[in-house]
Write a protein that binds this ligand. Sequence first.
Ligand code: KIV
Length: 289
Amino acid sequence: MSTYQLDTSTSRATPTPQPMKRLTVPRIRARKKDGVTQEPLVMLTAYTARQAQLLDAHCDLLLVGDSLAQVIYGLPSTVPVTLEMMANHAAAVVRGSYHPVVVVDMPFGSYEQSPQQAFESAAMLMKASGAAGVKLEGGEAMAETVRFLSQRGIPVMGHVGLTPQAVNVLGGYMARGRSDAEADKIVGDARALDEAGAFAIVIEGVVEPIAIAATKAVSAPTIGIGASAQCDGQVLVTDDMLGMFERVPRFVKKYGDLAQTISDTAARYAAEVRDRSFPGEDQTYQPKD
Ligand code: KIV
């Protein structure tokens, strides 16, 4: 069995019946032509194989986001995330998906020191998981690193605006780009990443006119989150979008109410255990006559 194949003999999950050909980074990049993206790119986060299977047919890209810190591990920020955590979750997402490009976040501290450090970390993530590319946070300061990786076989997605790994410098998760200086910096950061070879750029938590200006300023597709519908694509944290959490950023639209569904379902199970109606006839083994 290849490392990246789903082992259906041991899995409860039903694999996609007719595996689709996986999209590639060049095809994602080519969706923006002469500054126009006819069909917006659809990206969601994924952290597990089953989640990836369920999202597979609907997404162009799956992002193994370091938001798994809060979503999966109950950590207060993305700062404590390690390379090993990212590699393990990314491998699960690659195993569970057939169609989208899988991109994995480089965790805080694994790439900022030098392009060489970034190359070692990115290569480790890609070898361990089979992901097609990495995402890193930061603009102009990361341009040299983005160029270094892109020229050595590692597709890089940039991330500008609100960059959660820098929460200790930014002082919180407020929207960015409200002052002229901040707005100029965001557009300049996007331009620097574009020129350095980023194949796409996430724009997070930025006032809308600046997100639009940055989208117009770069040839790579931009993927907005708390940005603008005029970005070349959109991303949300899947668990936020599904309604798993009560408290979410203002820019999240809840398309489901999974927290309530899980709570109601667990309550039904608990009641049946307590009144001894579970397990019933269908769930118990009797001796064969
Ligand atoms: O970690 C993450 O999930 C992200 C997205 C919110 C863009 O970086």
